[in-house]
Design a protein around this ligand. Sequence first.
Ligand SMILES: [Zn+2]
Length: 339
Amino acid sequence: MKICSVAAITALLVVAEGCLAQTTALPTPESLLIEAKRASGTDYSGTFQRLCVAPDNLNRGGATGGGARPATPSAPPAPRPPPDRATWYAAPYKVFDNLYFIGTKIHSAWALTTSQGIIVIDTLFDYAVEPEMVEGMTRLGLNPRDVKYVLISHAHGDHDQGAALFQSRYGAQVVMGAADWDSTLQRPATAAGGVPKRNISVGPEGTKITLGDTTVNVIAAPGHTPGTLSYIFPVKDRGRTLTVAYNGGTAFNFPRTVQNFVIYRDAQQKMGEAVKQAGATVLMSNHTEFDQAFDRVRLAQLPRAAGEPHPYERDAATVQRYFALLRDCAESQRLSMMQ
Ligand SMILES: [Zn+2]
């Protein structure tokens, strides 16, 4: 029998412990779900549930999603009658000094006012653009003719069908991810202004849209669709500047491939870093279920005590956790596909 020295055995144990530590540190689908749950905290439990726990339980039918989503952004949506107005109509509200909610109960659209006109963010389904956006702006004292830019987060009908109306009627420039323009342009014309003509295409490097005193940092965040755009922009709350992180695409309703989850994961990592650098303290989504927009725009109408924060304001770390949640859910899905 060979007698090993204590030193040799100790060295082996150290190596083994190192291996074990490395092994246990490797992320798994389950450990990433735990990380994502931790990132969601009490702020984003709905997003965690929707994305991580039941990722295939996507919008279906009626006003929530307008019917089954296309498998790819290039697949044209099936024509369908508008849902009952009572299921989607929401009154417009001024929410910040320079930001107005003109969306539905389900989908957000915003008017960002600047010193030289209005930037519109997302444009709803065609049936909602006139009553919510055109009439909504007018009710709030804004002139739709002042809309100079229309930013489209991605080429799904619940966000882009109203774009053509602003372009054809008011001469606004439509900004969209380059890859998403291709699918929008293949779409059948909608009742509200048809199909927009290609104006400003945003590539992987992103861009900045400046109008008067306001600049929107447009960040390519592919994943939900190949050309999804997310935004970082300033708003004012009673004169105090806050920074908004606007997430342009959330659900995993894209072709389920490892590569698509890599694209989604990396985009959310990139967006999270940009959000951290910008110090954003307001998180917004284009679906009201993810940022409670319907409730918060109403809370914003209530009087506030001195020093009480705006209903949308959080600390910067809370906003960053949203993007960690999206990243980790995507990575969990990717790893589960690899097993
Ligand atoms: Zn979408």
